[in-house]
Design a protein around this ligand. Structure first.
Ligand code: ATP
Ligand code: MG
Length: 430
C-alpha cells in the first residue's frame, strides 16, 4: 500500500512502507547515501548505509538522476536527526522513469530562476513545493467559494464564452471566426447572468474564464483570467457587498484552518478581516489621492498611482463606493437623488482592485437610454434587452477576479504566479 511522505511518523518505527515520488536530491558520502524523495505532500529521507542495504539497492540509489520517478519500499526508522524525525531504510528501489540531465530548471530552492524561464518550463516549476502550495490554496479558495455561495442559496451556472455581443461595448475583445459569422470570446458573463435574473433564478454564481485583449503587460492583468461572478435578485448594491465581504472573511478563515501547512511554506500569516469592511466613497478616495499629490479630475477612473496613494492609507480589504455613473458600464444603477453617482463599488485590497459590482438598472427604457448615451447600439443587445421587457426583477451583482484574490491573500507580486499557464501579451505557450 502506497503512503504519502506526510503520513509517516517516527512512531511507525519498524513498519514497512511504500513511497512513490521524485528524486529530489542524492547525497553520496561513499559508504552512506542519502536520497531525498519528494511527493506532493513533502519529503522523506531515504538512508542507505552501505553495510546495511543490499548491494543492488545501494548501486541503484547511487546511479539515480535527479527528478527521476521512483518507488521505494523500506522500513521506517525513528531518527531525531532526520527531517520530520524519521528515515527510511530501503529494501527495494524501483526506477519508474528516468529524468534526462541536465534539468531545464532547478526544483530545489537553491538557484532562483527568472519568472519567464520558470513559466517556459512550468511543469518543472510547478514541482517546487512553494509553487504547489499556491495551487493547493487556490483549490481551497474555490472550494470555499462554492460551499459558501451554495449555502447562501446561489446555484452554480455556466454561460457561453463564445458570444456575438461585446459585454460593455469595449474594444478589449478577441474576435474569432464562428463558421460564417464573426464572434468573440466573452469578456464577462455580465449580460447572461442578468438575463438569468429575468429567467427567475434569483441567485446564481459562475466561476469561469473571462477573455480580455488587454494590450498592456502589467503585473495585475492577464488576457485569460478566472472570474467569480454572482447575480442576485430583489436586492441592491449593499446586499451583494454583504455577500462579498462575508465570502472574503470565510475564505480567510478556511485557508487559515485548512491550509496552514501551505501558508507556513509561503511564510504567510492571514488576518481575518473584521466586518463590515471599511467603505470610502469615490470622492473621499479622490481627496486621499490628492493629499498625496495624485490629482484625479472628478469623473475619471482612479489611476494606479492614485490607488497606490490610497493603499498607503488603508490596509487590507475595503470598498470604494459611489462611483461616477459615467465612469462605470451602462448597466449600473444611478442614485435616485444624485444620478451622476451610481450604486456601484469596487472591492480593493490595498492598491489592488479585486472586484467590481453594482446594483443594475432593471427598467427597460432607462437601460436603452444608457446604452445610447454610451454611444452603443441597442440593436446589438437584442437578446439581453428582451429579458427586461417581460418582468425583470431589481437585481445586483459583482465579478471577483480569482487570480487577484489569490494575489491579495498570498502577497504575490505578479498575477502570473496565480495561474498554472498564464496568457499575456507575449505568452501563448505553454
Ligand atoms: P482593471 O481596472 O484593474 O483593469 P476592470 O475594472 O477592467 O479591472 P472589471 O471589468 O471590473 O475589471 O472586472 C471585474 C474583476 O475581474 C476585476 O476587479 C478583476 O479582479 C478581474 N479582472 C478584470 N480584468 C482582468 C484581467 N485582465 N486580468 C486579471 N483579472 C482581471
Ligand atoms: Mg472594475
Amino acid at each position: 500500500m502506497r503512503m504519502y511522505t506526510s503520513e509517516i511518523t517516527p512512531e511507525m518505527d519498524g513498519k514497512v512502507v511504500k513511497l512513490f515520488g521524485w528524486v529530489h536530491e542524492v547525497r553520496d558520502h561513499g559508504g552512506l547515501i542519502f536520497l531525498v524523495l519528494r511527493d506532493r505532500e513533502g519529503f522523506a529521507q531515504i538512508t542507505l548505509p552501505k553495510k546495511v542495504v543490499s548491494k543492488e539497492v545501494f548501486n541503484t540509489a547511487r546511479s539515480l538522476k535527479r527528478e527521476s520517478v521512483v518507488a521505494v519500499e523500506g522500513k521506517v526508522k525513528a531518527e531525531p536527526k532526520a527531517p520530520n524525525g524519521f528515515e527510511i531504510i530501503p529494501d527495494i528501489i524501483t526506477l519508474l522513469n528516468e529524468a534526462e540531465a541536465p534539468l531545464p530548471l532547478e526544483v530545489t530552492e537553491k538557484v532562483p530562476a527568472e519568472l519567464d524561464t520558470r513559466l517556459d518550463y512550468r511543469f518543472m516549476d510547478l514541482r517546487r513545493p512553494k509553487v504547489q502550495a499556491i495551487f493547493r490554496i487556490r483549490h481551497q479558495v474555490m472550494q470555499s467559494v462554492r460551499e459558501f455561495l451554495s449555502k447562501e442559496g446561489f446555484i452554480e451556472v455556466n454561460t457561453p464564452k463564445i458570444v456575438s455581443t461585446a459585454t460593455e461595448g469595449g474594444t478589449e475583445l478577441f474576435p474569432i471566426s464562428y463558421f460564417e459569422k464573426e464572434a468573440f470570446l466573452n469578456q464577462s458573463p455580465q449580460l447572461y447572468k442578468q438575463v438569468l435574473m429575468g429567467a427567475g433564478f434569483e441567485k446564481v454564481f459562475e466561476i469561469g474564464p473571462i477573455f480580455r485583449a488587454e494590450e498592456h503587460n502589467t503585473t495585475r492583468h492577464l488576457n485569460e483570467a478566472i472570474s467569480i461572478d454572482i447575480e442576485m435578485s430583489f436586492t441592491d448594491h449593499e446586499g451583494v457587498m454583504g455577500v462579498l465581504e462575508r465570502l472574503i472573511a470565510k475564505i480567510c478563515e478556511d485557508i487559515n484552518q485548512k491550509c496552514s501547512k501551505y501558508l507556513d511554506l509561503l511564510g504567510i500569516k492571514l488576518e481575518i478581516p473584521e466586518l463590515p469592511l471599511p467603505r470610502i466613497t469615490y470622492e473621499e478616495a479622490l481627496k486621499m489621492a490628492k493629499s498625496k499629490g495624485e490629482e484625479i479630475p472628478w469623473g475619471e477612473d482612479l489611476s494606479l498611482q492614485a490607488l497606490k496613494a490610497i493603499g498607503e492609507e488603508i490596509n487590507g480589504y475595503y470598498f470604494i463606493v459611489d462611483w461616477p455613473t459615467d465612469a462605470k458600464p451602462f448597466y449600473v444603477m444611478p442614485h435616485e437623488n444624485r444620478p451622476e453617482i451610481s450604486k456601484s463599488f469596487d472591492l480593493m485590497h490595498s492598491w489592488l482592485e479585486l472586484a467590481s459590482g453594482a446594483q443594475r438598472i432593471h427598467r427597460y427604457d432607462v437601460l436603452v437610454n444608457r446604452i445610447k448615451a454610451k454611444g452603443l447600439q441597442p440593436e446589438s443587445f437584442g437578446f439581453y434587452l428582451d429579458a427586461f421587457r417581460y418582468g425583470m426583477p431589481p437585481h445586483a451583482g459583482w465579478g471577483l477576479g480569482a487570480e487577484r484574490l489569490l494575489m491579495s491573500l498570498l502577497d504575490l507580486k505578479n498575477i502570473r504566479e496565480a495561474v498554472l499557464f498564464p496568457r499575456d501579451r507575449q505568452r501563448l505557450v505553454p
